[in-house]
Design a protein around this ligand. Structure first.
Ligand SMILES: [Zn+2]
Length: 266
């Protein structure tokens, strides 16, 4: 089994579902990832699509480092040194665009990775407490029971209103009646139906958002549980699975905010 060796490159990841519950890359007969990782990838891709600019790049660091001055994202820039060797640095994308120039530092990939490893070890040091708190938080904040009941009630309301509208149309076809009055009653009922439908759609969106968040949190917990002991080298899996974003400050500090909301300096 191969590891996922890039953080998630949507263009190169083309999966098809196979009957034996493993996943295969097209034109490749070896299973490359397990089902859990497949789902994590799908969620990450969905997140990237939603986040617009944030994950537009395919680089591991793209959309992951926030500028402590302006709140914008860091991007890569190639430096041409006098010795004519290229060097890629990361800096705030808005550095020269705002009226007040951002004074946050340039960063290089290797040091970001090294500092991430330091921060991730701090997160791992309090792993058991973090897992417990997180699981408790998940139960409290990510429960969709009430919303599902609400959705069911709205669907019933729509069904009743729909029945009333149908009944009204049938009656109008059979019995002669004042058409102005009929149209008024018809419009009032359709309006009610549309309102219930809009409410139902909003509730359905809320449920879907919560399920997405729950998926992200489950990925986070799973990876946290799997990681036993200290990390000594940079791990893309931990970067992708645990980190929400990093923040670079003008004074040189680089903090890492993990998906459970905790922040550690690297
Ligand atoms: Zn900035």
């Amino acid at each position: 089994m191969y590891a996922l060796n890039t953080c998630l490159n949507s263009s190169s990841l083309l999966f098809i579902r196979a009957t034996n519950a493993s996943y295969y890359v097209e034109n490749n007969h070896e299973a490359i990832i397990d089902a859990e990782t497949f789902e994590m990838v799908q969620r990450e891709l969905a997140r990237r699509t939603k986040g617009k600019n944030r994950h537009s790049g395919v680089h591991l660091l793209s959309g992951r480092i926030k500028c402590g001055d302006c709140g914008g994202w860091y991007g890569s820039k190639v430096w041409h040194s006098p010795e004519k060797c290229k060097r890629t640095v990361w800096q705030c994308n808005q550095k020269y665009k705002n009226e007040v120039r951002c004074t946050t530092p340039y960063l290089d990939e290797a040091s970001v990775k090294e500092r991430f490893t330091v921060a991730v070890n701090q997160l791992l040091a309090g792993r058991d407490a973090a897992i417990a708190a997180y699981e408790q938080g998940m139960a409290l904040t990510l429960d969709t029971t009430e919303l599902e009941t609400q959705q069911q009630e709205l669907l019933s309301e729509m069904e009743i209103l729909n029945g009333m509208i149908q009944q009204m149309i049938r009656q109008n076809a059979m019995v002669a009646q004042d058409q102005n009055e009929y149209n008024q009653r018809f419009d009032a009922l359709s309006q009610k139906f549309k309102e219930a439908e809009a409410k139902k759609d909003a509730v359905a969106q809320q449920i879907s958002d919560i399920r997405d968040r729950r998926g992200t949190m489950e990925d986070f917990l799973r990876i946290l549980k799997q990681q036993d002991g200290e990390v000594t080298v940079f791990s893309e899996k931990l970067w992708c699975g645990l980190l929400d974003y990093a923040t670079a400050y003008a004074d040189g500090r680089l903090t890492f905010t993990f998906k459970n909301g905790s922040t550690f300096e690297g």
